[in-house]
Design a protein around this ligand. Structure first.
Ligand code: ADP
Ligand code: VHF
Length: 368
């Protein structure tokens, strides 16, 4: 088999590889990952690293380790992040850069483009970006929540050809092998559907977040962007040697032959809806006229608290998701206008101000 023809890859490393047993960082498993990164770079493949492990690395500095409140986890992340970066840095003789992100940095288009540019600039200067979620400042509303999904968003932002998720297990099995002795490894996934999701269970180690489900979500995001995705066992050097020979050491998810357009992919998989409009009528016909077709009298509900420029979901009242788009009106103003849609002066106002949703990064979901 010939080598993979990659120009740029993202490698995601789980907590168990960095800080096994929550007793501080260890370079034991990182050596072969670092060697792989060095060999990729020497072949001209640019590498972005998404590294978990700040919470697990910082835990040993605290009195209580298990079942701690969120504030303590955030403090662990702050303390562990420096130790984690220092551990990686020792393994490379080229510079690395810390990039800490929250979902708020990715779901806003301008901030997302800024992150894209920073990653591209680091890479063109030979610097290894090491990315993690900024756990210390996140809240439920602001976070991605797991580094599997974060790594897929980063792979899209970095225009990567491949996403390699290094875990504590050989890949995706048809059921959790820690719980079922007869579980079988799935080496090739051509399409991610409900049957693939049904195989995934949660994390069973004390340091992992999300288990297999978030890895499949990440694979779905990445493959729809045309990115080759692998889940591999990061504990063993063999995985990396196989990848360098163009062989699959774990589970390989087939990328879409026709990836989504970049901004539509961002809207579908990275941006998160801050609110929603419930509409009635034939939305298919409505959109035939373009976004101008959506008028206030078709909106039966405005849900959530969103501002101009936030992403919103347009759906039917039976739950069918129609489109994700940028709101051109705040939820507050839109609620008022839809309640008064029979008044011609408000309709005139809306005609002057422009369509309810923007067509800039619009993503059509299940059906129009
Ligand atoms: N179908 C499955 N195949 C493989 N692992 C599974 C499956 N379902 C659940 N798991 C669990 O997911 C774990 C890997 O996820 P996680 O602990 O979050 O690791 P990481 O820290 O690498 O992200 C495995 O060790 C296993 O316990
Ligand atoms: N951002 C967190 C990692 C969250 C996470 O997804 O962990 P993992 O499942 O081990 O990849 C940290 O650095 O501890």
């Amino acid at each position: 088999m010939s080598e993979f023809n990659w120009k740029r890859i993202v490698i995601k490393v789980g907590s168990a590889l960095i800080a096994p047993n929550k007793s501080g960082c260890s370079s034991h498993y990182l050596l072969s990952i670092a060697q792989f990164i060095v060999r990729c770079r020497s072949k001209g493949i640019e590498v972005v690293l998404v590294s978990s492990g700040s919470v697990a690395a910082g835990a040993h500095l605290f009195d209580d380790i298990d079942n701690v409140p969120i504030a303590t986890k955030k403090a662990m992340a702050a303390a562990g992040q420096t130790e984690m970066m220092a551990t990686w840095d020792k393994l490379f003789d080229f510079p690395s850069a810390q990039v800490l992100l929250t979902h708020a940095d990715l779901r806003n288009r301008d901030r997302y483009v800024s992150v894209k540019e920073t990653i591209a600039t680091l890479l063109s200067n030979g610097i290894l970006p090491i990315i993690n979620e900024n756990d210390t400042v996140t809240t439920d509303k602001l976070k991605v929540g797991d580094n599997d999904n974060l790594s897929a968003m980063v792979a899209a932002a970095a225009d990567a050809n491949a996403l390699i998720i290094c875990s504590d297990i050989d890949g995706l099995y048809d059921k959790n092998p820690h719980l079922h002795e007869d579980a079988k490894l799935i080496s090739w996934v051509s399409k991610i559907d409900a049957s693939i999701y049904s195989m995934a269970g949660g994390a069973t180690s004390s340091v992992g977040t999300g288990g297999m489900r978030t890895k499949i979500e990440a694979a779905e995001k990445a493959t729809s962007n045309g990115i080759d995705t692998f889940i591999i066992n990061g504990f063993t050097e063999l995985s990396f040697n196989m990848l360098l020979q163009g062989k699959n050491p774990g589970t390989h998810f087939q990328p879409f032959e026709q990836p989504m357009q970049e901004n539509v992919h961002w809207m579908t998989h990275t941006s998160k809806a801050q609110g929603e409009l419930v509409v009635e009528g034939d939305f298919n016909e409505t959109l035939n006229e373009g976004v101008e077709g959506l008028t206030a009298d078709e909106i039966v509900e405005v849900n959530g608290d969103f501002a101009v420029g936030d992403t919103i979901l347009v759906r039917r009242d039976d739950g069918t998701k129609l489109v994700k788009a940028e709101a051109n009106y705040s939820s507050c103003l839109l609620s008022f206008l839809t309640r008064h849609s029979e008044h011609s002066r408000y309709n005139e106002y809306m005609q002057k101000t422009g369509p309810i949703i923007s067509e800039k990064n619009l993503a059509v979901l299940e059906e129009k």
